[in-house]
Design a protein around this ligand. Structure first.
Ligand SMILES: Nc1nc2c(c(=O)[nH]1)N[C@H]1C(S)=C(S)[C@@H](COP(=O)(O)O)O[C@H]1N2
Ligand SMILES: [Mo]
Length: 332
């Protein structure tokens, strides 16, 4: 089935990221949610002209407008939204993160509405945007990602048209985007125009070339798609570079990962000694608040936080996108 085609907006790409101390709220206000797009922003048509094609290994291909989608049961999910960082520098942490309440319908309900054929293994999701990826000059017919069907059918995975109770902003993928809680942001395709059930992984630069981590498994180097989020954490108070008075200082932050976080440890001396932080339980797929009280002494200090998930996987100290954060502050 033919998907919707639109021109691109003639405008600068931008990736905006806030300093972490502006992420103090449990649910991140929409204007503080980072914006990332690789090819620019497409000129989406008026919402009544938008449609989504569902095809491939389905019993009945569908062409759905927004009002058709709204006929499925509504579902809301609170979820961490985390960018994996530059796909050209997969081990460099950026910690672009937010905690968002998304609303829409489950991807599963729409796929089941089309009838899932037995041979289907992956869901390919296509955005309306296309063009050059500036860092490498590679041309792209579209932005396309894929999900393993087993994940796609989890009921936290949404086709969303609302963010924090308001209609999605154009920059965040209006009118409808995919939201994949527990997977990195790159998988949450914005400006969605097509879903296709397929037996194999998707074609295209963003699934075949970029967003594949090299990992060693059983002594062999293999490519691992950038899907599930690894445990991670940020300190939101005090702020990076803060000048603090001597005495009691509350260290606060957020921890998250595909699996719930079980413990967070905090260091105030660059990782020589660690103390356990207090940690809130996970709510839905959201991040978990942690806090620790520190008796700050005069001098320069490096604050660090390290999350360990319920499966015992801890943030590495270095060399990974989720390596522990180091925050320099001075006291006195
Ligand atoms: N269509 C489309 N979807 C996309 C992208 C894109 O370039 N095009 N970028 C992805 C990346 S890398 C991230 S981190 C998130 C960012 O979503 P946001 O801008 O709403 O925060 O969108 C993802 N979805
Ligand atoms: Mo990203």
């Amino acid at each position: 089935m033919d998907r919707l085609r639109v021109p691109m907006q003639d405008q600068e790409r931008f990736n905006n990221t806030l300093p972490w101390h502006e992420l103090a709220a449990d649910v991140t206000p929409s204007e503080r949610v980072f914006v990332v797009h690789h090819l620019g922003i497409p000129q989406m048509p008026p919402v009544q002209d938008w449609y989504l094609v569902v095809d491939g290994l389905v019993e009945r291909p569908l062409r759905l407008g927004l009002s058709d989608l709204q006929g499925f049961e509504r579902r809301e999910v609170l979820a961490v939204h985390e960018c994996a960082g530059s796909p050209l520098r997969p081990t460099v942490p950026v910690r672009r993160v937010a905690n968002v309440r998304w609303s829409g319908v489950t991807l599963a309900s729409v796929l089941r509405g089309a009838g899932i054929a037995a041979a289907a293994r992956y869901v390919w999701a296509t955005g309306a945007d296309g063009g050059i990826y500036p860092p490498t000059g590679h041309p792209n017919e579209c932005y396309r990602k894929d999900l393993p069907l087993a994940k796609a059918l989890q009921d936290e995975v949404l086709l969303a048209w609302e963010m924090n109770g308001a209609a999605l902003d154009t920059r965040h993928g209006a009118p409808v985007r995919l939201v994949v809680p527990g997977f990195y942001g790159t998988n949450s395709v914005k400006w969605l125009t097509a879903l296709s059930l397929q037996p194999d992984r998707a074609d295209g630069y963003f699934t075949q070339t970029l967003y594949n981590d090299e990992v060693v498994r059983d002594g062999e180097k293999v490519a691992q798609p950038v899907w599930a989020t690894a445990p991670n954490s940020v300190i939101v108070a005090p702020a990076l570079g803060a000048q603090l008075p001597v005495g009691r200082c509350d260290i606060r932050g957020w921890a998250w990962g595909a699996a719930p976080i079980a413990t967070v440890a905090v260091s105030t001396d660059g990782g020589q000694r660690w103390m356990p932080a207090q940690l809130r339980p996970r709510r839905e797929f959201g991040w978990q608040g942690f806090g620790a009280s520190w008796d700050a002494t005069a001098g320069a200090h490096t604050l660090m936080c390290r999350a360990t998930d319920a499966q015992g996987v801890a943030q590495p100290l270095s060399g990974a996108r989720n390596e522990v954060m180091r925050l320099a502050v001075s006291v006195g």
